[in-house]
Design a protein around this ligand. Structure first.
Ligand SMILES: Nc1ncnc2c1ncn2[C@@H]1O[C@H](COP(=O)(O)OP(=O)(O)OP(=O)(O)O)[C@@H](O)[C@H]1O
Length: 263
């Protein structure tokens, strides 16, 4: 997959002038800029099953658009579950702003810090766009009365480039691309610090994909961090950083082979 080399090299040179630390996969990261960090993370779904993630370390810097890529089955969705606090690593730690997520209130974290956009959108098809957004605001504790909710709905619809009149449309009457935009708007309504999306352009044509990319870029420009699990070259090349799980897995295999040969 094409790597966004120009943005990555700019990132490296910027970071070299800041306080920095080497992560275990060799990357240099600015310590004050890291929002989410995987520290030697391993995960298996059940005892006896193989490790899906094997001693993985990586730092996600804030205010950037990150892609997580890798062939099917390399653990992208699993990683997303760990970053969003839906699952806890079986080894190592996931740190949010330097604190172990496992020892924090993960419900509060999911409600206010992290906005997750699932592949299936999880929108209520029989309800309107506005009702879907307001339901999420209530769940996240971001609902402060009808007027504030109405203003927020219109604001987030604008952020995802949908006209005001979409507020009263039923989800079931929208196209796939429009539903994706509503799913993003819903997450933005409670102003999370990090937005995580699982294959947000999976079924979209290049033009609709570009619209979604531009929306995510707007979210980053608004001061948030975006992490996108994707198979799309178009999306990965538009991101500031690319975390390639196949490369990490290859390094782990090499490390293990070296260890075996030295025994
Ligand atoms: N609930 C589960 N129980 C057991 N194994 C699981 C479970 N969910 C996923 N796996 C396994 O974990 C591995 C990684 O799955 P995951 O869905 O994270 O990969 P992925 O990279 O997101 O794949 P894709 O690109 O196809 O969505 C796969 O081998 C999968 O079969």
């Amino acid at each position: 997959m094409t790597q966004p080399s120009t943005r990555s090299s700019t990132l490296s040179s910027t970071l070299s002038t800041m306080d920095s630390a080497a992560s275990t996969d060799g990357a240099v990261v600015a310590t004050q800029d890291v929002i989410l960090e995987l520290k030697d993370v391993s995960y298996r779904y059940k005892p006896g099953l193989p490790l899906v993630l094997d001693h993985m370390s990586h730092a996600f810097t804030s205010g950037r658009m990150h892609a997580v890529i890798g062939p099917s089955g390399t653990g992208k969705t699993t990683l997303l579950s760990l970053l969003s606090g839906l699952a806890v690593p079986t080894g190592g730690q996931v740190l949010y702003e330097g604190r172990n997520l496992a020892s924090q209130d993960r419900y509060a974290y999911r409600a206010s810090k992290i906005g997750v956009i699932f592949q299936s959108f999880n929108l209520m098809p029989g309800m309107t766009v506005s009702e879907n957004i307001i339901m999420s605001m209530k769940l996240a504790g971001a609902y402060h009365g009808k007027q504030q909710a109405k203003e927020t709905v219109l604001h987030v619809l604008e952020q995802v480039d949908l006209p005001d009149e979409y507020a009263d449309r039923r989800i079931g009457h929208l196209s796939g691309g429009e539903q994706q935009r509503v799913a993003i708007a819903r997450v933005l309504s409670y102003r999370p610090t990090v937005v995580i999306a699982d294959e947000p352009t999976g079924n979209l044509d290049p033009e609709s994909t570009q619209i979604i990319i531009d929306i995510f870029r707007g979210i980053v420009d608004d001061g948030r961090t975006v992490i996108i699990v994707t198979h799309s070259r178009q999306v990965a090349s538009a991101c500031d950083d690319v975390f390639d799980l196949s490369t990490i897995k290859q390094r782990t295999r090499q490390r293990k082979a070296v260890r075996r040969s030295s025994i």
